[in-house]
Design a protein around this ligand. Sequence first.
Ligand code: PHE
Length: 342
Amino acid sequence: MTLSEFQQLVTTLAADGEKLIDAATTASSLEDARTSLLGRKSGRLPELFKQLPSLAPEELREGGSLINAVKAKLEARLEDRRRQLDAASSSKRNVDLTMPARRQWQGSKHPVTLVIEEIEEIFRELGFTIALGPEAETEWYNFTSLNFPPDHPALDLHDTLYLGENVMLRTHTSPVQIRTMQKFKPPIRILSPGNAYRRDFFDASHAPMFAQIEGLAIDDGVSFVDLKATLTHFANQFFGKTKTRFRPSYFPFTEPSAEMDVECQLCHGSGCPGCKGTGWMEILGSGMVHPSVINAAGLDADRYTGWAFGMGPARIAMLRYDIPDIRILYDSDVRFLYQISR
Ligand code: PHE
């Protein structure tokens, strides 16, 4: 065979091979093309290799390089086509670009936590710091030092969850008043968020465990004016400019005592089922710290005066977010929680 005849055959093979490869549309038809071109047994290229020795000896070198070049070219083309087909079939089978992305679930703060943080921030700007106390308390801290008489009904097993003799789950955050006055010298301005416990039934407005925030301010010459001004400022900050009122009340550890109401946030004073027609909602209990409480904590009641308050952030969250039943706050139902914080 002459070199030019051989060259002719190689060129034809190259052209046919490229066509065959490009025409393959599936992995198996591409494999067929590979076998018919390069297959060891009777592929066209190996067959052509067999013709190589029929060339004149001085033409062997050039003939060899011609056929080797075509072999490399076809192999590369097969590999390219295999990649194309792979990409096309995997995008068809596995990836639907129109499918909505999967939702990333993310934790968020509980409404009561949000309210506590907001209240902390308002008082922090007034110079209050955060103080924490234990949830398991002794009778002395929870009741005696706070001026409860020994026969007060709150001490009864019916109202208090006792953990043992003299040890109970605190029924309010007021023991932190005592612990703070024992530890720090006036001026004292603290806020104390935490949980408290009572043997209540779990109904729409009561829970056996509930959050409370205690506030305490003690110094020389602190008066009821400071109490009223500070708590009114707080209500206006938290609810936005709102009407407030103070009603006389009673707590063993404050004298005088007052409960603070804000204008009903649902009807703005006209009266609705939410405020039982009164136009007002109670948000906290407060009063001037009783001198015997100041003395019990080891400070001199002849020198220092002060005021305190306690409020329930769950109740305030219910007002703020228009929640009709306190139990919703403890259900951990994200469909509800996500409506408030995301
Ligand atoms: N400890 C009272 C309660 O739980 C609230 C309160 C705190 C009232 C401080 C006056 C002063 O109801």
